[in-house]
Design a protein around this ligand. Structure first.
Ligand SMILES: [Fe+2]
Ligand SMILES: [Fe+2]
Length: 471
């Protein structure tokens, strides 16, 4: 399905045939641009950036690459192709025709789901807005901006649903999405991890690896939704999300590679003195970003999660590929909890355990990248392995919010935590050290000393291509 680029708002939803909706979105557009200029990447709005723009939703060739000034980026509305005669795959409505309109009784719940997802998109742009000033290379700078404009597009995707299907309430929510601010005292973003700071590039790469991956799992379960416009919206968003996680995985991989080079060159683990990031410190950042991202999945046991499923609004990861009754009324699922001084697994009703199940899928996915990172270390002949901490470590939501747990999964006292948490999580000194490494490198083909160059450039361009240039 071709995207209409002649329109003010590029789209593949026949926007010009729906005057009311078109007007609502055209009124929102300048407010979005104002938000982008205020809260988007600071100091680079007038640069030419080598960006990809979606031009179709076909698997092959959906993107076009070229220099764009970010405020001129063609944000628009792209939904994956409709599936003929799509049926609801799970819950009470299993087997019914997928909804093309919002079912009246689920209106409030569905709106909340869309707003919560939508809120994360501008939040991450806000969190990352100062990073351009300390980029390790033009290649990385361009990738940051690509992620940022696509998160902006994801906001568009959710605002389209709100405006198209939720009338006046939807319009108000669309406004509110531009008014909340990441980390703001009075008007914070909805979810915790999206109010944390992303002050440096190590945090950025960890964020795109761990937190964007939460996005992948949320989008994948919303892509199963019985509400077809949401499903189609999320399916296309997932294709963009893949790049964000690529940026994270390769970013961390390149840091590890550089660290290993320095370790070998200087014959020491203490590469900080040589401008590298020690593996131990990477482990601490990993512990932090993994644990705050786990919280995004919510409580282990949740009646909301059960209701979303039963209502047919939010499925499991790869719902249609699972071989069971897709109702889960009598099914059970193992869930971790704390029992006095130890952690154990219990059998819980599968419906209320759906958050935990999605978290399990997420953890398994996270572990794959860690294996690939460890292969880099192994190849360098270094005896060290990065590890995902136990899921109970450093949690603020759910069964482990009120206890202290080591990365190995051992329950400890508050006093021991106070004594030891600096071994496991970055402290002020670590942050200051990472901050001291953040010096901009903007000569084409040059890279900061703490990160190795990528194996290849973007869109077959050379690594030393001028990915961002003065207009
Ligand atoms: Fe996103
Ligand atoms: Fe993302």
């Amino acid at each position: 399905m071709a995207i209409d680029y002649i329109e003010r708002i590029p789209n593949n939803v026949h926007l010009s045939e729906n005057r009311r909706l078109q007007r609502a979105l055209e009124e929102w557009q300048p407010k979005f641009i104002d938000w982008w200029k205020e809260m988007g990447p600071e100091g680079f709005q007038m640069r030419d950036v080598y960006l990809r723009t979606a031009v179709s939703v076909d698997a092959k060739g959906w993107a076009q690459f070229g220099y764009v000034k970010m405020p001129d980026y063609r944000w628009g509305i792209f939904l994956a192709e409709p599936e003929a005669d799509r049926r609801i795959a799970f819950g009470d409505h299993k087997g019914e025709k997928a909804w093309q309109e919002v079912p009246g009784e689920y209106r409030g719940v569905l709106r909340r789901l869309i707003v919560t997802q939508g809120d994360t998109e501008p939040a991450s742009v806000e969190q990352q807005r100062l990073l351009g000033q300390t980029c390790p290379s033009l290649y990385d700078l361009r990738n940051l901006f690509q992620v940022n404009v696509e998160e902006g597009r994801h906001l568009w995707a959710m605002v389209y649903l709100l405006d198209a299907y939720f009338g006046r309430d939807g319009r108000e929510e669309a406004e509110a999405l531009l008014q909340r601010r990441s980390g703001d005292q009075d008007k914070p973003r909805i979810l915790g991890a999206f109010n944390e700071k992303t002050p440096d590039w190590l945090s950025f790469f960890m964020f795109t690896y761990f937190t964007d991956r939460d996005g992948k799992y949320q989008l994948a379960s919303l892509a199963e939704s019985g509400f077809d416009p949401l499903s189609r919206t999320c399916r296309f968003m997932l294709t963009e999300e893949a790049h964000h996680m690529f940026v994270g995985e390769t970013g961390i991989g390149r840091i590890i590679q550089r660290t290993c080079e320095l370790m070998r060159e200087h014959g020491t683990e203490d590469v900080a003195r040589h401008g590298g990031i020690p593996l131990q410190l990477l482990q601490k950042y990993l512990n932090f970003h993994f644990s705050v991202s786990l919280d995004l999945f919510g409580s282990e046991l949740s009646t909301n999660a059960a209701n979303y499923y039963t209502m047919g609004l939010k499925g499991r990861f790869e719902e249609t590929r699972k071989d069971d009754d897709h109702r889960l009324v009598d099914a059970v699922y193992p869930v971790w909890e704390a029992d006095a001084d130890r952690l154990r697994q219990i059998e819980a009703p599968a419906l209320t355990a759906l958050n935990e199940r999605l978290r399990d899928d997420y953890i398994a996915d996270c572990a794959k990248g860690v294996l690939r990172w460890n292969r880099v270390i192994e190849k360098a002949g270094i005896d060290f392995a990065l590890k995902l901490p136990h899921r109970a470590f450093h949690r603020a939501i759910g069964n482990f919010a009120d206890i202290r747990v080591t990365p190995e999964g051992q329950i400890i006292s508050q006093a021991e935590w106070d004594r030891r948490h600096r071994e496991w999580l970055p402290d002020e000194r670590d942050h200051a050290f990472i901050a001291s490494l953040m010096r901009p490198v903007t000569e084409p083909g040059k890279f900061a000393g703490w990160i190795a160059p990528p194996a290849r450039g973007i869109n077959n361009q050379p690594v030393d291509f001028q990915y961002v240039r003065q207009a």
